[in-house]
Ligand binder design. Structure first.
Ligand SMILES: C[S@@+](CC[C@H](N)C(=O)[O-])C[C@H]1O[C@@H](n2cnc3c(N)ncnc32)[C@H](O)[C@@H]1O
Length: 385
């Protein structure tokens, strides 16, 4: 099988897979290949925090041109994998000669599938691009084709706790990836001082409580497969549920915008995590860490994309606030604004390259302890590849 992920999260995903019990792991570019059985496929869909999709390959072949592609897949026994009354869609990724147009490949595959059914049963299944019952994935790399079934359906970043928002929310898989990269396990108090809709808070609580991220999902694509085994799924779901524990330390969020506080409260309730997470309207710059106990702080501040007034001053204030009001804090921050990041004025001890959507970002680690000094130049090396 193969699990897809975001840039920079491949090693984390491989670790997650290994911990769940996957065999023969092989990392690629935004993908990890592995071996597992049907029960493992269910478990992986329920529990992986850094996977976007889990694909199950069903056919591999080589093709030289579009005619051969059509012929090979018109001869493929599609009826073993779907019923004529089920709706379907194709995702295609094609690169390297002779195929460079993914849309064209998806179209050819659809024609081959439909024609096969027409010949066999004189009827054809319908395409549903938005909510297909079965989603196939075709990957062509220089003529080497892998046809897979998408076992997840809607992308696994959709955890079900977040509804539409006008706040710029971070992708849930990216949020979980940032937390795991930073070593968050629930070991101390937690603060996101610019929490927006609360994604980092919710993902942090789920990690701290060992809560599978897809426990609330109503529908997985594998439920439409001919080999769907609801009893096996329930056994696995209950076993995963049994591992849940209560987070040991408070998880708190601030935001200065009342709308963000309303939104984050809604999302926390949806995630059923209101016993462990609290949010309050607060301006980070006027806040202060009260106890000497260690604090884990992680945040996704505005990047200046919406032309917020003087973003450089804001980042300088973040640095000042951390240094003067947040001693004994492990602070992590993600931003795409490399210029503004320099004005934080603290020396990062790690810099990790990630992408927030299309924006190239750095996740930076600032350990803030007694004696941490403000600096004016940042020259730490990237540990990004
Ligand atoms: C990019 S959004 C965070 C999005 C969040 N990670 C999510 O997934 O929804 C940045 C947030 O910082 C908040 N903010 C900006 N300046 C702040 C300050 N001084 N104190 C607290 N919150 C602030 C904004 O109101 C906004 O909600």
């Amino acid at each position: 099988m193969a699990a897809k992920t975001l840039y920079g999260l491949e090693s984390l995903l491989a670790e997650e897979l290994q911990q769940l019990g996957a065999q023969q792991l092989k990392k690629g570019n935004r993908i990890v290949h592995f071996v597992g059985d049907k029960g493992f496929l269910y478990k992986a869909n329920l529990s992986l925090r850094t996977a976007l999709k889990i694909l199950k390959p069903i056919h591999e072949c080589r093709v030289r041109d579009e005619n051969e592609l059509y012929r090979q897949f018109e001869a493929f026994p599609w009826e073993d994998h779907m019923h004529v009354d089920q709706t379907f869609a194709f995702d295609a990724v094609a690169f390297g000669a002779p195929f460079t147009n993914s849309m064209f490949v998806a179209q050819k595959m659809k024609d081959a599938l439909v024609d096969r059914f027409r010949k066999k049963v004189h009827r054809r299944p319908s395409v549903d691009r938005q909510f297909p019952q079965l989603r196939f994935h075709i990957h062509i790399d220089h003529g080497r084709c892998t046809l897979s079934l998408d076992s997840s359906g809607a992308s696994l970043h959709q955890r079900g706790y977040r509804s539409l928002t006008n706040i710029a929310p971070i992708n849930e898989v990216l949020a979980a990836g940032m937390l795991l990269l930073s070593g968050w396990k629930g070991q101390s108090e937690f603060l996101d001082p610019m929490c927006g809709s609360g994604t980092l808070l919710i993902e942090a609580a789920m990690i701290a409580g060992n809560i599978p991220p897809q426990l609330q999902r109503k529908h997985f694509a594998f439920e439409q497969w001919p080999d769907w085994d609801p009893q096996l799924f329930d056994t696995i779901r209950f076993a995963q549920q049994d591992k849940i524990t209560a987070p040991q330390f408070p998880i708190r969020g601030f935001d200065k915008a009342p709308s963000a506080i309303r939104k984050s409260k809604d999302n926390i309730l949806q995630a059923k995590l209101d016993d462990y997470i609290s949010v309050e309207r607060n301006n980070f710059f006027f806040s202060e860490k009260k106890e000497d106990s260690p604090l884990f702080l992680i945040t996704n501040p505005p990047y200046g994309e919406r032309l917020e007034a003087d973003i450089t001053t804001m980042y300088a204030q973040i640095g000042d606030t951390l240094k003067k009001q947040y001693t004994a804090t492990d602070a992590w921050l993600i931003s795409s604004n490399m210029e503004a990041l320099k004005s934080i004025g603290l020396r990062p001890s790690r810099k990790i390259k990630l992408f927030n959507g299309k924006l190239e970002c750095r996740l930076m680690y600032f350990p803030v302890y007694q004696g941490t000094k403000k600096i004016h130049k940042i020259n730490a090396e990237d540990d990004a590849r």
